[in-house]
Design a protein around this ligand. Sequence first.
Ligand code: CA
Length: 231
Amino acid sequence: MNDEQPILIVEDEPKLAALMRDYLEAAGYTTLCLDNGLHVVPAVRAHEPKLVLLDLMLPGRDGMQLCQDLRGFSAVPIIMITARVEEVDRLLGLELGADDYICKPFSPREVVARVKAILRRSPQLLDTSAPRLLIDEARYQASLDGITLDLTPLELRLLNTFARAAGRVFSRDQLLDHIYSDHRVVTDRTVDSHIRNLRRKLEQVCPGETPIESLYGVGYRFQLAEKQPHA
Ligand code: CA
């Protein structure tokens, strides 16, 4: 992770995209613009943006589908941009996992203000979602409650995937997608055994807790209890 993580602007109207880009860059952010929905998932995987501005109506794949796609593997903040106010209620009802909604026409200043507000709310995704857990992806190190975990690279990626979306349910397929970037052929049982090992290592550090929960027929969910306040 570094400060160069861009804000991803997904908007097929070039003038609107340029307007958002200019205002965000003037506010000090790096940006990346896409005008086709099909390019969004690969771009998010490749660039790990700190936030996504997502237009609803797009060529290729629409914003609603994309929001669900992204939530399958990422906790990146998403601001959905819709052309109609009436649309927002419907979108909220669908619980797509977007963090905020902006209606067109909007003022670019408002966009910048909303972006800032959301980034202030989650300055460190890892810290807010799992403050007991520290993961250093670059060094392949992780610690829980101050105790270093002895993890394989794959277990670390698995843990990272979970930690970035604490409380979210992942199917085995979603986990496979995320941990095997080379899309090797692996079976569900492979994931299960990696999870079993990871769970055992976590539970050694916090006995009595179940940080990784199995949901029968669905998949897995990761959640750490809040840190106990010191007596
Ligand atoms: Ca559009």
